[in-house]
Design a protein around this ligand. Structure first.
Ligand SMILES: Nc1ncnc2c1ncn2[C@@H]1O[C@H](COP(=O)(O)OP(=O)(O)OP(=O)(O)O)[C@@H](O)[C@H]1O
Length: 303
């Protein structure tokens, strides 16, 4: 279990993490989401004791990580897959980690085959692709068979087969009763990976709930209509206080009216409708809505 209490980290005038209080529970894959610069990596680094909090606490199974001896047996983490000594072989890299954490040598070959790198165990890491480095980072996280695992953007550089494998691995680790926290800035990745979501923006907690609750709470149903008189319908919808957007295929997407209200409105104005369907907002849209006013970096934003 990971417990954050009022966790705050400031770098000069930037507040990267702002009074974050939450509990990440075992038995779940928890997706840790937020736009670029939201504070995800900083939070993971605080949990691992790589940075000191300005205030507040981060506990792993009741203790600050730095106080846990032989850390890899308590927490496995993949932070930056590129941050490894390129001159070493994959096996030598993992053996060094195993030695300093009092983990048996045989475990190295076990995790190498688990992540699919057994065939290249003797090759220099410097020649590895990004996807192979991600697999090596995952092997390092698994090395100590820890109850708590943290992964920062683990899908970077993985091919579709790799993505599917990582998803299955996370789900298995959670089913074994471990705490699995996975950061990403892409909701679409998390929708198929996590069963619980923690969303932050500008260092603050925005949501902490199951994937199903997130979808239900944030769903903003749209009604998609086709009419031979889109101009009249657009005017009518706007006069009714709802929003409407036209698509390249000629359809209109209406937000803020039920299908019945929209049908009645068109009937009252004598506007024929040729199609009327409801469409749930995607999780990606729900995420964008939720974080819209907490995005630091937006294309076309001149500040
Ligand atoms: N060492 C540091 N010194 C100064 N500012 C920092 C440092 N590390 C992070 N920050 C700032 O803290 C904020 C949060 O950054 P962080 O990397 O934790 O976000 P993130 O959610 O992981 O983003 P991304 O999805 O882009 O990786 C950003 O404004 C960043 O510029």
């Amino acid at each position: 279990m990971i417990e954050l209490r009022d966790l705050t980290k400031r770098y000069g005038r930037t507040t990267a993490v702002d009074r974050l209080t939450l509990t990440v529970r075992p038995g779940h894959v928890t997706g840790f989401l937020g736009p670029n610069g939201a504070g995800k990596s900083t939070t993971l680094r605080l949990v691992l004791g790589l940075h000191r909090p300005t205030s507040g606490t981060a506990l792993v199974d009741g203790h600050p990580f730095a106080q846990l001896p032989r850390g890899l047996r308590h927490v496995g983490a993949l932070l930056d897959a590129g941050d490894v000594h390129g001159g070493r072989s994959a096996r030598a890299h993992l053996r060094a980690l195993a030695r300093s954490n009092a983990i048996g040598r045989s475990r190295v070959d076990e995790v190498l085959s688990e992540v699919g790198l057994a065939g290249v165990a003797g090759r220099r890491i410097g020649g590895f692709s990004l996807g192979m480095k991600q697999r090596l980072g995952i092997a390092a996280a698994l090395l100590g068979d820890p109850p708590v695992l943290l992964f920062d953007e683990p899908f970077n550089g993985l091919d579709p087969e790799g993505v599917r494998w990582v998803r299955g691995l996370f789900q298995r680790l959670a089913a074994e009763g471990r705490t699995v926290l996975v950061s990403s800035h892409l909701m679409s990745e998390m929708a198929q990976t996590a069963d619980h979501l923690v969303v932050i923006g500008r260092g603050e907690l925005i949501a902490d709930e199951s994937l199903a609750e997130f979808a239900a709470r944030s769903a903003r149903p749209h009604v998609v209509v086709r009419t031979p008189d889109p101009t009249a319908l657009t005017t009518a919808v706007r006069e009714a206080g709802a929003a409407v957007e036209s698509a390249a295929d000629g359809s209109l997407t209406v937000t803020g009216l039920t299908p019945a209200a929209l049908g009645d409105l068109a009937y009252a104005r004598g506007i024929p409708l040729h199609e009327l369907v409801t469409r749930a907002a995607s999780l990606e849209e729900a995420f964008m809505d939720l974080t819209a006013d907490r995005v630091d970096y937006r294309a076309g934003d001149h500040r």
